[in-house]
Write a protein that binds this ligand. Structure first.
Ligand code: BGC
Length: 273
């Protein structure tokens, strides 16, 4: 501490180096996943870009990363299908080598439907993609990471692992389930050098919620739900994922990092109670 009370800067700063690591980001052909793939590649990781239906966007992203000095390859498939997940991992083994970092990002909000007026198939689809998908991918990842004696799994949950959201019982149940999956798996694999963490984004501007931020009335309403005066950017989340995947987070496991600009802070209380 300097005499004027300021903290002195020293050294050349902290950097994240993921060189030599292979990282899979599920659902990285758009939105949050796309930005995560870019950040992990910038930090030096070789990135497996995964898509379900947006093949062209995934190829474009790989081309962008490869032409700017990074390393990326593309893998397609349905995360809610165990056989397809097995073959995605087998292809990654063959092309890039066994995985060091898994980001379970692929997910859907699903339709807004009130329980009882809903279609059970829609409910099951949300649970299949948002909860069973991360389970299938994690079990393949864990098999490989145990052999290496190291690895990191980052599960992208949501503020809705904590916050109920009317019309989205499937989504909230899947995200709360994924949070408990994170903790339980973290406990299971802690002796093998593997960390499992969750990251809960708030309202981040992506195609998933365009119907809300694309309309001035619902956008205004959304901003009242966030303590900070803005929606999140995909980079806000991608930076946090890169940190969690790195050794800077070496003692963090089985917990959730919330990246929500204060959505969980009951922002309405800013105006009295
Ligand atoms: C959902 C978004 C929503 C945000 C905040 C996220 O998990 O995917 O659609 O804007 O939560 O409610």
């Amino acid at each position: 501490m300097a005499s004027d009370g300021k903290v002195e800067a020293y050294g050349s700063g902290i950097s994240i180096d993921l060189k030599g690591k292979v990282a899979l980001v599920t659902g990285s052909s758009s939105g949050l996943g796309m930005e995560m793939a870019k950040y992990l590649a910038k930090a030096g990781a070789t990135v497996a870009i995964h898509y379900h239906s947006e093949k062209q966007q995934a190829n474009n992203l790989a081309a962008e990363i490869n032409s700017s000095g990074g390393k990326a390859a593309v893998f397609g498939g349905d995360v809610s299908n165990a056989q397809q997940v097995e073959s995605i991992f087998a292809s990654i083994d063959a092309q890039l080598g066994p995985l060091d970092i898994l980001v379970n990002n692929a997910g859907i909000d699903g339709k807004r439907e009130l329980c009882g007026d809903d279609n059970p198939e829609d409910w099951l689809r949300v649970i299949s993609i948002n909860l069973i998908g991360p389970y299938y991918c994690s079990r393949e990842a864990v098999k490989r990471m145990k052999k290496k004696g190291s690895g990191v799994i980052v599960n992208i949950t949501s503020v809705h692992e904590f916050l109920p959201w009317s019309g989205y019982t499937a989504y909230c149940s899947a995200k709360a389930g994924l949070s408990m999956f994170t903790k339980t798996l973290a406990q299971e694999v802690s002796d093998f050098g593997i960390r499992v963490v969750a990251l809960a984004p708030g309202a981040i501007k992506t195609p998933i919620n365009k119907d809300v931020w694309g309309n001035p009335d619902t956008y205004k309403d959304l901003l009242t739900k966030i303590a900070m005066p803005r929606m999140g950017e995909t980079s806000d989340v991608a930076k946090a994922v890169t940190f969690l995947a790195s050794d800077l987070a070496s003692y963090i496991t089985g917990t959730t990092l919330v990246v929500d600009g204060g959505m969980l802070l009951y922002p309405a209380f800013k105006h009295g109670g």
